[in-house]
Design a protein around this ligand. Structure first.
Ligand SMILES: NC(=O)c1ccc[n+]([C@@H]2O[C@H](COP(=O)([O-])OP(=O)(O)OC[C@H]3O[C@@H](n4cnc5c(N)ncnc54)[C@H](OP(=O)(O)O)[C@@H]3O)[C@@H](O)[C@H]2O)c1
Length: 278
């Protein structure tokens, strides 16, 4: 597997004896699946929410290009979970040239992009007085700039997607509520909602729907790293459903927005947060 930051596709080894994607094994053979023939790109698919989205989209029949940046072992494990429907690529979503190169390769290799899930993100935890320039710049460059770069690179192909293209941006509850100690991250996630609604208006006439999924507190590496036990208990008390969410909860919302049932849905924010924000 290549370790270069060049966006070279890495074919995913077949995980099951007969080559069937693992995510699809529960379905009866020959059963038509709603995303059959679609090519999805999921950024940040090596771990957490992105991995669950990739598995779920593949389970509904899509071919899934799974991107990551640093964590090659996790990416390989995620790709094995997706199976032969998956294709791994490594690039930094914050680097516009690398993104453009990668999407050219995807379009050339896969025949187009039909579904783009802008999921790659990182949390930056710092109170504003103590925040470094680099914290601010990186949080915006990855969470907001990465989404901009990937969408711009994919748009022409999405506009030609048979049946219409789909863009799904993974925002966050903190983009709507704010979060003490997460100013740059909250600003970037709030910005994603503005981009979502802008793109929904700009590309509706070209057959592309654009929506955001806004997760609340989801159990992943990101939340494990950023929360003290006290803060975690405080957040749990604020969730009406009384439990944290799973990556699969978010993936289910993405599958809905990517599928035929959401053809008339655009410019919306679908909150997946156990009632944390209503
Ligand atoms: N977890 C939550 O409670 C929560 C709540 C609201 C919103 N979200 C949002 O949901 C998304 C996924 O979060 P998560 O909790 O699953 O995070 P995570 O477990 O930390 O995974 C982040 C993913 O993004 C990738 N990534 C990070 N920076 C990148 C870059 N510059 N270029 C390309 N890929 C990059 C990582 O790749 P590597 O593995 O290679 O590092 C990884 O695949 C994020 O946008 C996050 O803001 C999460």
């Amino acid at each position: 597997m290549s370790d270069k930051l060049d966006g070279n596709p890495e074919r995913v080894p077949k995980p099951s004896r007969d080559g069937t994607p693992r995510a699809a094994l529960a379905r009866p053979a020959g059963c038509p699946r709603e995303l059959q023939g679609k090519v999805a790109v999921v950024t940040g698919a090596s771990r957490g929410i992105g991995r669950a989205i990739a598995v779920a989209l593949a389970g509904h029949g899509a071919r899934v290009v799974m991107t990551y940046l640093h964590n090659q072992q996790a990416a390989a494990e995620a790709a094995a979970a997706v199976g032969s429907a998956g294709l791994l690529m490594r690039f930094d979503v914050a680097d516009p040239e690398a993104v453009n190169r990668a999407f050219k390769q995807i379009v050339a290799g896969e025949g187009g992009v039909h579904i783009l899930v802008n999921n790659a993100g990182l949390a930056v935890n710092a109170l504003t007085l103590g925040a470094k320039d680099a914290d601010w710049q990186r949080a915006l460059a990855v969470n907001l700039g990465g989404t901009f770069n990937c969408t711009r690179a994919a748009l022409r192909s999405l506009m030609h997607a048979p049946g219409g293209g789909r863009i799904i941006n993974i925002a966050s509850v903190v983009g709507e509520t704010g979060s003490a100690g997460q100013g740059p991250y909250a600003a970037a996630k709030a910005g994603l909602l503005g981009l979502t609604k802008t793109w929904a208006r700009e590309y509706a006439s070209r057959g592309v729907t654009v929506n955001a999924v806004s997760p609340g507190f989801i159990e992943t590496d990101m939340t494990a790293a950023g929360l003290t036990p006290e803060r975690r208990a405080e957040v749990l008390r604020a969730i009406p459903l009384g439990c944290v969410g799973t990556p699969e909860d978010v993936a289910a919302a993405v599958v809905y927005l990517a599928g035929p049932g959401a053809a008339y849905v655009t410019g919306q924010v679908l909150r997946v947060n156990g009632g944390l924000l209503m």
